[in-house]
Each structure stands twice: as C-alpha cells, then as structure tokens.
Design a protein around this ligand. Structure first.
Ligand code: FES
Length: 145
C-alpha cells in the first residue's frame, strides 16, 4: 500500500529536530485527525535555505511527507521552496494512498507558514505566498487534491 520511499522516509526520517534561532518557524495542524507539524528554517543572507528541521506529531504519512519536504527545500531559495507543493512531495515519494493525500498538505502548509514567518521578520513579501492557516482542515473542502 505504501511505496518503498514512503516506508524509508517513515522509518528513517531526514532532518528531524529543531533549530536554535531559526529564521522562520511554521506550525500547522489538522483538527480532524489531530496531527501537528512544525518546520524550522535557517535562511542565509542570499535567501537560500541553509538548513531545515521538522517535528511531526502525526501519522506515518505525515512523517514521511515532512521528511521528503525538508529534503526538497534544503539548499533552495525561499522562492523555489514555494514551488514545493504537496503534489511535488507525493511525486518524490512515488505516491500516497488516496486516504493519505491530505497528510501531505500538512508539509506544504508548514513550509508556507515558516516562509511567512521569515518574511514577516524581514518585513518583506514573497510573491505568491498567502497567509497560512493554523488548521488545514478548515480549507480541506476547497482543496483540489
Ligand atoms: Fe492526519 Fe495523516 S492522518 S496527517
């Protein structure tokens, strides 16, 4: 039911932990399942994501998608990181079962929330970045999976 990549990232998640003095932190949850994810970004002076860590209190798919999402944004600019959608994360994991697709939204939203926090701290705007929600289940019905 799960791809080998999902199982690998679930059993050996990359970039687990937190960062001291992060450039941006984003926390999102899904009230329907109770899962919570937090992403920490360390962004350098050239707006490149130098380091990223995550903590996920959630299901295996949420752990695997956060792990893959952190791998995909590491080394990227804050603008490129915005292109890391839940679909990109799922593709990189060779897919998720349909009932677990919503779990991948947590990773995308947590990255957006961390980028938003970074932008606010630097009094800048990242084009295309919308104000994140803290509970993604509020928007689930509108999401086009
Ligand atoms: Fe909630 Fe997976 S069941 S994130």
């Amino acid at each position: 039911m799960y791809s080998e990549k999902v199982m690998d990232h679930f059993q050996n998640p990359r970039n687990v932990g937190e960062l001291e003095n992060p450039s941006g932190v984003g926390t999102v949850g899904n009230a329907k399942c109770g899962d919570i994810m937090r992403i920490y970004l360390d962004v350098d002076e050239n707006q490149i994501i130098r380091d990223v860590k995550f903590k996920t209190f959630g299901c295996g798919a949420a752990v695997a998608t956060s792990s893959m999402a952190t791998e995909l944004v590491k080394g990227k600019s804050i603008y490129e990181a915005l292109q890391v959608t839940n679909k990109a994360v799922m593709d990189a994991l060779d897919g998720l079962p349909p009932v677990k697709v919503h779990c991948s939204l947590l990773a995308e939203e947590a990255i957006h929330a961390a980028l938003w926090d970074y932008a606010e701290k630097h009094q800048m705007e990242i084009p295309g970045l919308e104000k994140p929600v803290s509970d993604i289940s509020e928007h689930e019905d509108e999401e086009d999976y």
